[in-house]
Design a protein around this ligand. Structure first.
Ligand SMILES: NC(=O)c1ccc[n+]([C@@H]2O[C@H](COP(=O)([O-])OP(=O)(O)OC[C@H]3O[C@@H](n4cnc5c(N)ncnc54)[C@H](OP(=O)(O)O)[C@@H]3O)[C@@H](O)[C@H]2O)c1
Length: 368
C-alpha cells in the first residue's frame, strides 16, 4: 500500500513509497483494530520532521511514515475489541507507552522517560498511509455527527489536555473561579483553546500578530471571544484597558518571548500553561526580579503541557460536540486547506511551508 514517508536525518526527503499492509493479527490477544485512513492532518511537527530537525525511523527501517493526526473508518476488529466496530469513525492517539510508572498507568503523555515513541514522529510509523492497525487501547471513537471535523480531534486533544492540566493544578487553591482568559496565539491550538475556555464560561481574549479582519479574527469573534492584534494593542495595553489581569493564560504562539511575556501578565493566583514547542536557540531579556517577586507574592503557577492520552481525546471530542451545538458551523472553518490523495504529498508540504494563512492543511486519503 502507499505511504508518505521521510528519510530521518535527510532534509526535504518527503516521498511516497510502497509499504507492507498491516494485518489485524499484528496485534496480539484479539485486541487489534484495522482502520481505513480517510484523512490525515499536518502541522509544524511534520514540517520540522521533513526539515530533519527531529524524528527517527523505527528499528530496522531507514524511513519514517509521517502523519500523527488521523481520521478513519474501522474495517476490522479483533475478538476482544468492544468499544468500536466496523463502520465506526475513529481517530488514534499518538504516543505509545515506554517503561515509566506513568506509562504503566495509561499516562504515557507524561512519561518520565527521555525517549518518546510517537506514531509518525519518533520510532513508530505514522498514519499517512492507506490503512493502519493498532491496539484498541489507542483507538478513539468519533461521533458520527462530528465526522466533518475529522482531523481536528488530535490538536483538540492537546488543547483539552492543556486546559485540563491548568484546572487540575489549580485545585491547590481550594477555590478557583477564573473569569478572564488570555490565549496567546490564534493558530489551530489557540483557536481550539479559545473554544474550550468559552465553553467554560470565561471572558476570552485571543491574540495574534496580524491585524484583522481575517479568518482567525472571524473564528475568534464567532466563538464569542475577542480578537486582539498585538501589533495594534500590546498585551500590557490590553490589561490596562481591562483594568484586570487574566486568571489563566494559554500560551500557544510558538514564541518563547510570548511565553515569558505571559509570566508578566498573569494575575494573582493565576495559572499560565505553556504549549509552544520552540525548537531554535533564541534568547530574550526578561525582567527577572519583577517576575520572581510578583510570582511569589501572587502565588502564581506555570504548567507545561504536551501530547494527550485517550482521556484527553475523549474530553476534546466532547468539547468539539458542545462547540458544534453552541457555535454551529464555526469549527470547520479551521479546516482551511484540503489536498486530494496521497500522491499529492508535495502540494501538502508546499501548503504547510508556504501558505501563511493556512490554519489546517490535510490530505483526503480516501473516500469511504
Ligand atoms: N504542547 C502540545 O501538545 C502541542 C501540540 C501541538 C502544537 N504545539 C505547539 O503549539 C504552538 C502553536 O501551534 P499552532 O499550530 O497553533 O501554531 P500556528 O498555526 O503557527 O499559530 C501561531 C499563532 O501565534 C501567533 N504568534 C506567533 N508569534 C507571536 C508573537 N510574537 N506575538 C503574538 N502572536 C504570535 C501567530 O500570529 P499570526 O496569526 O499573526 O501569525 C499565530 O496566530 C506551536 O509551537 C506548536 O509546535 C504544541
Amino acid at each position: 500500500m502507499k505511504a508518505v514517508a521521510v528519510k530521518p536525518g535527510t532534509p526535504n526527503s518527503v516521498h511516497i513509497r510502497e509499504v507492507p499492509e498491516p494485518k489485524l493479527s499484528d496485534i496480539p490477544n484479539g485486541r487489534g483494530v484495522k482502520v481505513k485512513v480517510l484523512k490525515v492532518g499536518v502541522d509544524a511537527t511534520d514540517r520540522e520532521i521533513n526539515e530533519a530537525l527531529y524524528g527517527n525511523a523505527p528499528d530496522g527501517d531507514d524511513y519514517l511514515v509521517i502523519g500523527h493526526e488521523c481520521f478513519g473508518v474501522v474495517e476490522e476488529v479483533g475478538e476482544h475489541v468492544k468499544h468500536v466496530e466496523p463502520g465506526d469513525y475513529v481517530t488514534c492517539t499518538v504516543r505509545r507507552p515506554g517503561g515509566s510508572i506513568y506509562d504503566n498507568i495509561g499516562r504515557s503523555d507524561i512519561t518520565s522517560e527521555e525517549v518518546y515513541y510517537e506514531r509518525g514522529i519518533n520510532l513508530l510509523h505514522g498514519f499517512m498511509t492507506e490503512c493502519f492497525v493498532d491496539d484498541a487501547e489507542f483507538i478513539v471513537k468519533m461521533p458520527l455527527k462530528l465526522k466533518h471535523l475529522h482531523v481536528l480531534a488530535e490538536p483538540m486533544s492537546c488543547a483539552a489536555k492543556a486546559v485540563q492540566q491548568a484546572y487540575d493544578a489549580q485545585r491547590r487553591l481550594q477555590v478557583w473561579e477564573p473569569k478572564v482568559a488570555f490565549v496567546m496565539g490564534a493558530g489551530q491550538i489557540g483557536l481550539l483553546a479559545t473554544l474550550i475556555l468559552r465553553l467554560r464560561g470565561l471572558e476570552v481574549y485571543t491574540m495574534a500578530r496580524s491585524p484583522g479582519p481575517h479568518l482567525k479574527q472571524e473564528i475568534v469573534d464567532s466563538l464569542g471571544a475577542k480578537f486582539i492584534s498585538t501589533s495594534e494593542t500590546t498585551p500590557e495595553e490590553l490589561t490596562e484597558q481591562l483594568g484586570k489581569r487574566p486568571d489563566i493564560i494559554v500560551e500557544c504562539t510558538g514564541s518563547s518571548k510570548m511565553a515569558f511575556k505571559s509570566m508578566e501578565l498573569i494575575g494573582h493566583n493565576g495559572v499560565v500553561v505553556w504549549t509552544s514547542i520552540t525548537g531554535s536557540d533564541n534568547t530574550v531579556e526578561i525582567p527577572a526580579d519583577a517576575i520572581n517577586l510578583h510570582w511569589v507574592l501572587g502565588n502564581k503557577l506555570l504548567v507545561g503541557s504536551v501530547n494527550a492520552n485517550f482521556r484527553h481525546f475523549e474530553l476534546g471530542i466532547q468539547d468539539l460536540a458542545l462547540g458544534e451545538l453552541s457555535y454551529p458551523g464555526v469549527l470547520e472553518k479551521i479546516l482551511t486547506n484540503p489536498v486530494d490523495g496521497l500522491d499529492n504529498y508535495q502540494e501538502m508540504m508546499r501548503l504547510l511551508v508556504e501558505e501563511k494563512d493556512a490554519l489546517k492543511v490535510f490530505i483526503n486519503v480516501a473516500d469511504e
